[in-house]
Design a protein around this ligand. Structure first.
Ligand code: FAD
Length: 318
């Protein structure tokens, strides 16, 4: 079932969903299932599975020469979506990115998803490859998420890249897109970022999931500005409980976000990671409670491979 249908059916009740990462190459899928199982009691209508593009690594040969190799550490997003759906009978949302894909490869991935009975995709541009300073699309790939959204929307109308037959069948994907309460780091200003977001919705995105944020005022302002800009689709806040002291610097540098002074000071002064985690947990619970009271359609949690803290947040709320 589509994410938007789940939201409609909930009739104003806030839903609970979360995102998982594919296991590292060579790891067993059972560890992922073990991470998901404790969260099922909170009845997630859908689970997102992230997509991880290739990285460049340099291997040294015995003669001292360096060989540049491409590696993907967490492949398998499509297969994992199908496996989760089969195992738990929960809808899945594969993340689909522009980076590393030609349009034809994107179309083939969408055909696979369609055959697997997966009804949703979260369409993203993807970040630049770690060693590259800026995002470089594939030759004949998409430069921005709006174009990927356009391709999925075309497929939903039965418009394939190369129409070889007349009795072509259309897909029916529900398309999600990303939004940034604190602005995407590359956007020249907040207004431009919002215009591009509106464009993504105009091209076919049916709901927005936000980047994580730790100050609800940022979300409320973002939501208000979206509505003023004529964006009417559901906006799902993305949340992450802070769990270690090192995340005080890691989260802002990886996700270009601000941590409120009150939270950052408390975590900074915490004697150890256990105390920091408790502070992060309580902060996330109170953020979630306020967002529920505000009437958000769904609370979406970034698990980053670990579900226990999210289970504790959900247990306090649902
Ligand atoms: P876009 O919407 O294309 O925007 C990228 C930048 O270009 C922005 O600055 C925007 O303002 C600007 N822009 C947009 N459209 C145009 C245009 N037409 N002309 C000029 N400028 C434009 N990354 C992964 O690799 N895998 C994942 O699984 C993943 N999951 C994510 C899930 C969520 C909920 C979020 C919020 C992010 C996720 N990301 C993921 C990260 C995301 O790929 C990066 O933030 C990426 O840098 C931007 O992706 P986007 O889809 O927002 O890009």
């Amino acid at each position: 079932m589509k994410v938007t249908d789940h939201l409609t059916r909930a009739e104003g009740k806030t839903l609970f969903s979360f995102e998982v990462l594919p296991p590292k190459k060579g790891e067993n899928i059972e560890s992922l299932f073990c991470n998901i199982e404790p969260l099922l009691e909170f009845k997630p209508p859908f689970i997102d599975v992230t997509y991880h593009r290739e990285e460049y690594v340099y291997r040294q040969h015995p003669n001292g020469l360096l060989e540049k190799k491409t590696v993907r550490r967490r492949p398998g997003t499509v297969g994992i979506c199908a496996a989760i759906k089969n195992r738990f009978d929960v809808d899945t949302v594969p993340h689909l990115i522009c980076g590393g894909f030609t349009k034809e490869e994107t179309e083939n991935a969408l055909i696979d998803l369609h055959f697997l009975g997966i009804d949703n995709v979260l369409a993203l541009r993807g970040d630049p490859i770690k060693s590259e300073g800026r995002f470089v699309p594939e030759p004949d790939g998409h430069s921005y998420a709006c174009d990927l959204i356009g391709q999925v929307a075309d497929l939903n109308k039965g418009e394939y890249l190369d129409q070889e037959q007349d009795d072509i069948s259309a897909t029916d994907f529900c398309i999600g897109t990303a939004g940034y309460p604190e602005k995407h780091f590359e956007a020249p200003n907040y207004g431009a970022d919002l215009r591009y977001l509106k464009h993504k919705v105009d091209r076919g995105a049916e709901y927005i999931v936000t980047q994580m944020f730790f100050d609800n005022e940022q979300f409320f302002a973002f939501e208000r500005r979206c509505r003023e800009a004529g964006i009417t689709v559901p906006i799902i806040p993305g949340l992450k409980p802070l769990t270690t002291k090192s995340q005080l610097t890691m989260l802002p540098s990886a996700f270009y976000l601000n941590l409120p002074e009150e939270l950052a000071d408390a975590v900074h002064l915490a004697p150890d990671n256990a105390a920091a985690r408790q502070i992060g947990l309580e902060w996330c619970i109170s953020q979630s409670r306020e967002l529920m009271a505000h009437g958000v359609p769904c609370l979406h949690y970034y698990s980053m491979g670990k579900s226990e803290t999210i289970r504790q947040v959900a247990a306090a709320l649902f």
